[in-house]
Structure formats: structure tokens, C-alpha cells
Design a protein around this ligand. Structure first.
Ligand code: GRF
Length: 187
């Protein structure tokens, strides 16, 4: 049984998808041993509802070292599921190959500092992109620069707004995240 730690900052619908796909068997041979939030958020409530061990470590300069202290030694994979703090380089290097993130665009486009949530979707529209999508990638010290594991696109139309793009992105994320987790776990 592989042990997954999930990091959240927001509503946690991707966390919910991971919980559900572990339950349904789509993600095999794995359990979430811990959910860590860097702020009060609904993602944390989801963990509580499902009786998953959870902890709130307030965001700030000591976050990465405090996180390092609570991550169980037997952790096989750390999953950033809508997580907004930037992790220290040392932390990313220590967990190299075992830490992944989901990003709401087609990396390497629309990644890097400040490119999160609605900022990404606004930028996609501003740039007149004909497509956007989501990417699951390894986390390295460079923000959104790690190798892609899975990526899927959708068409952006003239009618799209940041809100409709966000919705389309979420659907793609729910599809590729469990697949990417299986891939990294060697399932
Ligand atoms: C997702 O779109 C993810 O790509 C981004 O933040 C969003 C989190 O959504 N990093 P949720 O909290 O999983 O609903």
C-alpha cells in the first residue's frame, strides 16, 4: 500500500477526486495518510469528513521546514492539489521524483510566479489562445518547471470567460490527476 500526502489551499475538489478514485479503485493500492493545508480552507474540511489525518500549518517562512517535520517517513508521493505556497528548494530536492503538482494550463505556457487560478485563465484569454488545458508535473525548485507527467487540452472559444475556462480546466484535471498518480506510483 502506497502512502500519499496531499497539500491543499483551496476548495479541494481535486483532493475530493483523489479520495473518490482511491475509494472506487481507479487509483490502486494507495491511501492518503495525511492532508496538509497552509490556511483554513474547505480542502481541510473534506479531509476531516473522510476521517483522513490532517494538519494546518500556517503559510509563512517556516512552512517548508515545518512540513518536512510532519511528513511521514514512509511517504511514497506528495501531491499538491490546489496548493498556493512556494516550497523551499531544499524540500523539493529532498522529495525529488516523489512530489507532483497540478497546474491549470498547458505548461510551459502560463506557468511561473503569480500564474495561479484566475490569473492563468485571464492571461489565456488576453493572449488569444485557441486552447488551454491542465498539466500534472513533477515539482522542482523552479516554479512550474518540472517535467510533465500528463497533459490534456481543450478548445478555447470566443465565448469563453475566465469562469468557463476554470470549469473546463477542472473537468480535465479530474480526468488526468488520477491517471498521473497511477503512473507515478507505477500502477
Ligand atoms: C486547480 O485548478 C489547480 O490546477 C490549481 O488550483 C485549482 C484547485 O482547485 N492549482 P481545487 O481546490 O482542487 O478545487
Amino acid at each position: 500500500m502506497k502512502n500519499i500526502v496531499v497539500l491543499v489551499s483551496g476548495s479541494g475538489t481535486n483532493l475530493q477526486r483523489i479520495i473518490d478514485t482511491i475509494e472506487s479503485g481507479e487509483i490502486q493500492n494507495a491511501k492518503i495518510s495525511l492532508v496538509v493545508a497552509d490556511r483554513e480552507c474547505y480542502g481541510l474540511e473534506r479531509a476531516k469528513k473522510h476521517h483522513i489525518e490532517n494538519i494546518l500549518i500556517p503559510r509563512g517562512k517556516n512552512f517548508s521546514s515545518e512540513l518536512a517535520n510532519v511528513i511521514p517517513k514512509n511517504t511514497d508521493l506528495i501531491v499538491l492539489a490546489g496548493f498556493l505556497s512556494i516550497l523551499k528548494s531544499e524540500f523539493c530536492e529532498n522529495w525529488s521524483g516523489k512530489i507532483i503538482n497540478i497546474h491549470p494550463a498547458l505548461l510551459p505556457k502560463f506557468g511561473g510566479k503569480g500564474m495561479w487560478g484566475h490569473h492563468v485563465h485571464h492571461a489565456v484569454i488576453e493572449a488569444g489562445e485557441k486552447e488551454s488545458g491542465a498539466t500534472v508535473h513533477f515539482v522542482t525548485p523552479g516554479i512550474d518547471e518540472g517535467e510533465a507527467i500528463l497533459q490534456k487540452s481543450f478548445e478555447v472559444t470566443a465565448e469563453d470567460t475566465p469562469e468557463t475556462i476554470a470549469e473546463k480546466v477542472h473537468h480535465i484535471e479530474y480526468e488526468i490527476f488520477p491517471k498521473a498518480i497511477n503512473k507515478v506510483l507505477g500502477n
